[in-house]
Ligand binder design. Structure first.
Ligand code: NHR
Ligand code: GAR
Length: 219
């Protein structure tokens, strides 16, 4: 058996914050049998802990500080130039907090995933845990979807649920949702790297067949 497969998919992770999802992906991809590898981590915040996690794992990093650009187009243009240096097969948004322009999203069509902390189509956008609590939802969770121009509206691949408990706060809920995120994201990234996931129009294909509904991981 070859120690290194030169064709293994190249993964680039974009993050903005703590990078706990990045860590779960580092841990998964470091396992000997994972069918892809993280070639770089990009960040829009120079102080993000995600950058330290990448460096500790010996992964190359770059920062494109959005506060230094006066338009989204300029920021995305620079971000894209940095990403292109690594020629990734897959771009993984892992707690990445900047809305991306249409041109950027189109450049990575079918090759960019996001993890979003709600059961989409509920609560696209920000503050999902607070909004689920305020709505009195009994069920909350996380979704992984292909990124399209439609913010948090791209086709959903997989979801995991979390039951809202009496006394839950946005923080306690976020913590339990994140535990599910750390299980689910490596599974979906593995599927992509195995060539099992594709985007055809607005349709997710799994093993070449339309996915009738997202994979659903119960509690
Ligand atoms: N870009 C596109 N075009 N489509 C998507 O589906 C995207 C995207 C960029 C990021 C992640 C998303 C999430 O999972 C994501 C999906 C940031 C915001 C936001 O409002 C909204 C959704 C997501 C990420 N960001 C503010 C902005 O002005 C900044 C907020 C901040 O810096 O804290 O870009 O939730
Ligand atoms: C995660 O819960 C992720 O779902 C969410 O932010 C957290 C990032 O944590 N993403 C968004 O809210 C995107 N707008 P992490 O940096 O520890 O992975």
């Amino acid at each position: 058996m070859m120690a290194h497969d030169v064709t293994e998919p190249r993964i680039l992770v974009l993050a903005s914050g703590a990078g706990t999802n990045l860590q779960s992906l580092i841990d998964a991809t470091t396992a000997r049998d994972f069918p892809g590898r993280i070639v770089a981590v990009g960040c829009n915040r120079p102080q993000a802990v995600a950058l330290e996690r990448a460096a500790l794992a010996g992964i190359e990093t770059f920062t494109v500080d959005h506060t230094r650009y006066d338009s989204r187009e300029a920021f995305d243009g620079r971000l894209r130039a940095e990403i292109d240096r690594y020629a990734p097969d897959l771009v993984v948004l892992a707690g990445f907090m900047r809305i991306l322009t249409t041109d950027f999203v189109r450049a990575f069509h079918g090759r960019m995933l996001n993890i979003h902390p709600s059961l989409l189509p509920k609560y696209p956008g920000l503050n999902t845990h607070r909004r689920a609590l305020e709505a009195g939802d009994r069920l909350h969770g996380v979704s992984i979807h292909f990124v399209t121009e439609d913010l948090d509206g791209g086709p959903v691949i997989a979801q995991a649920e979390v039951t809202v408990q009496p006394g839950d706060t946005a923080e306690s809920l976020a913590e339990r949702v994140q535990q599910r995120e750390h299980v689910l994201y490596p599974i979906v990234v593995r599927w992509f790297c195995e060539g099992r996931l594709q985007l055809a129009g607005e349709q997710v294909l799994f093993d070449g067949e339309p996915l009738p509904q997202p994979f659903y991981l119960g509690e």
